[in-house]
Design a protein around this ligand. Structure first.
Ligand code: ADP
Ligand code: GLC
Length: 492
């Protein structure tokens, strides 16, 4: 097996900086790939949280002027991750999350902030730091979308590139006037380059110019070739369908391990499901819900955005309440959704609770204590919370969209009879269908044997990175190795 060296480029990485699943993926994949003899270094922006999390490091390059300020590249290890941190204070030394200031508004110079990341990645591909010579550069989401573009227009020998889409809803579209300031040549502003409906499209550029494209589930790979899910890029994806594949996400089964999770009240396993009762009681207390072991407790751990369909859940709430169930929501994001959920909690004390924070520990406690995890997304590239739910014996009740389709086996008649069901699926995008899913879940919950069987089947599901890492490793190897052995030069 030839070893492969990969430079991963992402705007978030767990546990240093996270707003969603991208960070989980960027943070967990390197260790899983190490087992496949793939060495990964991760290039990330030097946000304050990242610099604070890097105990020591070595400056491997200094830039006198990187898009308007001095910068340096620091190589170091944090939490077992081999990192290259781009310390560029004029771009990243700011409060707020990676994309927005404390007021919740996108930084006006986001195009430059993430172009800088891509520019440095491309430079590394050209040998900026001789000891770092990636065979493949793996770009994640729009923030890294210009990597293949810089490599293309530099016109130098370059490593292979993979572009992974975690979410088509975020495309990084910026004014055409930025072309020269971003260091892109005029020729790049073309339909087969970075041009996107008269603007510059970062994700478009990556999808147009990378050697291989992936997304985070097989179903989403198909969905994004249609107008509804492709969100303007479906035509391009259909044209490049032979380069596109779907590789399901995994989760870090060390971080998410109910058998030794220090964040939960009682640890448990598939044969010690009884202990979950303590976690449920603790959760009910934390959320001021009635201390009822019999009430099916539905949990939600989610960004609050239109994608996640929580407005549909509010519309279906009467059905949830009529089924005698409880609801505990952990979410952060849009204020309008937060207000609507808060109002529902206020209207139904003891039955509905909500906490609006980003709280890693509470996320674990919900997975450990809820009977079921609701994921009513309108679209979902992969979704990780349903994978955590499977691992924690919380039955996932999910919309049949994207990766949710691929990861949960619906408790239909046949699956129940065969004993292979792991959760419940319902058609996405409608409060009625969601309400049906909730009704089915509540009724199955009261069929103790069937419910327990689903929990155990879920816990037996392999949600680790083992298989996905193998698929990424295979993809890298195919890229690095010439496709057709016959085309290789014959030995002299
Ligand atoms: P997305 O990336 O679209 O937000 P995923 O399901 O792929 O959705 O990943 C979400 C990740 O973020 C999961 O690890 C989940 O536990 C975590 N998460 C989401 N919201 C919160 C929150 N409010 N507090 C803590 N963790 C959260
Ligand atoms: C995105 C998607 C989510 C996916 C995550 C990690 O944020 O919304 O479905 O699991 O990326 O790939």
């Amino acid at each position: 097996m030839t070893s492969v060296s990969v430079l991963s480029v992402a705007s978030e990485i767990y546990p240093l900086i996270k707003t969603g699943g991208l960070a989980d993926v960027a943070g967990a994949l390197p260790a899983a790939l190490a087992a496949e003899d793939v060495a990964v270094r991760s290039l990330v922006p030097g946000y304050p949280a990242v610099l604070a999390g890097l105990p020591s490091g070595e400056t491997v390059h200094e830039f006198a002027d990187l898009f308007g300020g001095a910068a340096r590249l620091i190589a170091g290890t944090a939490q077992d991750l081999a990192l290259l941190v781009l310390d560029a204070p004029h771009l990243y030394a700011r409060p707020g999350d990676p994309y927005r200031g404390p007021q919740g508004l996108d930084w006006p110079d986001n195009a430059v902030r993430f172009a800088a990341l891509a520019r440095v990645a491309a430079d590394l591909g050209h040998g900026l730091v001789p000891s770092i010579a990636p065979d493949v550069i793996h770009a994640h989401d729009w923030q890294a979308g210009l990597v293949p573009a810089y490599l293309q227009y530099d016109g130098l020998p370059r490593p292979k590139t993979v572009m992974t889409v975690h979410n088509m809803a975020f495309q990084g579209q910026f004014p055409a006037a930025l072309l020269a300031p971003l260091g892109l040549p005029a020729v790049a502003f073309a339909i087969d380059g970075v041009e996107y409906y008269g603007s510059i499209g970062f994700l478009k550029a990556g999808l147009q110019l990378a050697d291989r494209l992936t997304t985070v589930s097989p179903t989403y790979a198909v969905e994004i070739q249609s107008p509804a899910a492709g969100m303007g890029l479906d035509g391009l994806l259909r044209a490049r369908a032979d380069r596109l594949s779907g590789i399901l996400n995994g989760i870090d089964v060390e971080v998410w391990n109910p058998g030794n999770d220090p964040m939960i009240a009682a640890r448990f396993g598939p044969r010690r499901l009884g202990e979950r009762a303590q976690n449920k009681a603790a959760l009910q207390e934390r959320y001021d819900l009635a201390a009822s072991p019999e009430a099916p407790l539905f949990g939600v751990v989610s960004r609050l955005s239109w994608q996640k369909g929580l407005d549909l859940l509010l519309a279906a709430l009467p059905v949830l309440l009529a089924a005698g169930a409880q609801l505990a929501v952990l979410g952060a994001g849009e204020a309008a959704l937060e207000n609507a959920i808060a109002a529902a909690a206020q209207a139904h004390p003891g039955r509905v609770g909500a906490i609006f924070e980003f709280d890693e520990e509470l996320a674990h406690q919900i997975q450990a204590g809820a009977d079921a995890i609701l994921v009513p997304s309108r679209f979902e590239p992969c979704g990780l919370t349903q994978l955590c739910a499977l691992r924690y014996g919380a039955v996932p009740v999910v919309a049949r969209a994207g990766g949710l389709t691929d990861t949960v086996i619906d408790a239909n008649e046949m699956a129940l009879a065969a004993g292979v069901a792991t959760g419940i699926q319902f058609a996405p995008g409608s409060a009625e269908m969601l309400a049906n899913g909730i009704r089915r879940a509540a009724s199955l919950f009261r069929t103790v044997g069937a419910w327990r069987r689903m929990q155990q089947m879920g816990m037996a599901t392999d949600v680790s990175w083992r298989r996905p890492a193998n698929r990424y490793a295979t993809l890298y190897r195919e890229l690095v190795r010439p496709a057709d052995p016959a085309s290789e030069e014959a030995p002299r």
